[in-house]
Ligand binder design. Structure first.
Ligand code: FE2
Length: 255
């Protein structure tokens, strides 16, 4: 399996703190069948900054470490970008990094509480430049939680999204789990990834999440999701259905 979202680079954000922790994470990942991990450290989230050059250097060092220690996991370069106004400029300057440096897919995180209004215009501009924004864990965003139509419009206009494995397995609660499944059912999510930060409180759960997808939607959907992860790191066109709206429950509890 390929894990597209992981804070495995040691000492650069709130993920692995040391090389030992990164090794522990890689071993845990491998034990559940993950052979490739895209390292996606936070960038410009108000706390951490990790630009393209430093990520690529750290990825090289980590792959060397894993090889020395005999851990058969390959790390690829990525970045979790908090939405910011100068992303396009960042791409040109070499500050912002697309997934696996393919030049196509860009991981974008919204602030937890809302979706900034300028996201739609920025996504449009990114796509004009040939870059496809991938919204990470939309099911954990408060505005999307209350108004999934906000996500629908962004997806309908060409963005993609990635749900977190632990959301599907229920570790963030029943409501987030339900929304994550609703997003898949309505063609509003295209990838599943761990967003692992460690081996304890924020672990991988990716194998379990794929099982959940298979159980709910069948092996065909599971296969498409697994294939999408591979297509993404190769910068190829991913599988996507026409998205549909999730009905907003305004009268919750009446029926
Ligand atoms: Fe993350």
């Amino acid at each position: 399996m390929i894990d597209l979202h992981c804070h495995i680079l040691p000492g650069v954000d709130d993920g692995a703190k040391t090389e030992q922790e990164a090794l522990d994470m890689a071993r845990a990942a491998y034990s559940e069948g993950i052979t490739h991990i895209v390292a996606t450290p936070h960038h410009k989230n108000g706390v951490y900054e990790n630009n393209k050059a430093s990520i690529e250097m750290q990825v090289t060092l980590l792959n060397e470490l894993f090889e020395r220690k005999g851990v058969p996991v390959t790390v690829l370069p990525g970045q979790e970008n908090r939405l910011h106004g100068d992303m396009l400029e960042g791409l040109e300057k070499g500050d912002v990094l697309t997934m696996n440096d393919s030049g196509v897919y860009l991981f974008v995180e919204f602030p937890t509480n809302h979706v900034p209004r300028y996201a739609a215009q920025l996504f449009y501009d990114l796509q004009l430049a040939g870059v496809v924004p991938v919204i990470v864990h939309p099911e954990r965003n408060n505005e999307i939680f209350d108004h999934p139509d906000v996500l629908y419009h962004l997806i309908n206009n060409g963005a993609l999204s990635q749900v977190t494995a632990a959301s599907l397995t229920g570790r963030f609660g029943k409501k987030i789990r339900k929304l994550a499944f609703d997003l898949i059912e309505h063609g509003l999510a295209h990838f599943v990834a761990s967003d692992a930060h460690n081996t304890t409180t924020r672990a991988f759960h990716l194998r379990e999440a794929y099982k959940e997808i298979q159980h709910a939607f069948g092996s065909g959907t599971r296969y498409l999701f697994e294939e999408n992860a591979e297509l993404l790191i190769n910068g190829q066109t991913v599988n996507r259905d026409q998205p549909t709206r999730i009905r907003e429950k305004k009268f919750l509890g009446l029926f």
